[in-house]
Design a protein around this ligand. Structure first.
Ligand SMILES: [Zn+2]
Length: 66
């Protein structure tokens, strides 16, 4: 399974769906549930504000291609 497919199946999981509604208020990652208070770049922080996915999950699911 590719990481994108893995991410898509994770996003459909009950815990992830439930966590998504509280992730931003608690500043946690909706995927892993860990605190999301550290980002390498403003772009990663922006990504969190959109997707609520923490830096380490972003690194895993969105590997840099350049
Ligand atoms: Zn995470």
């Amino acid at each position: 399974m590719s990481r994108v497919q893995e991410l898509i199946s994770l996003l459909a999981e009950k815990e992830v769906v439930a966590r998504a509604s509280i992730a931003k208020a608690h500043r946690i990652c909706k995927i892993c549930g860990e605190p999301a208070d550290y980002f390498y770049t403003p772009r990663a922080e922006l990504e969190y504000s959109i997707s609520m996915i923490c830096q380490s999950c972003q690194d895993y699911f969105f590997p840099k291609e350049q």
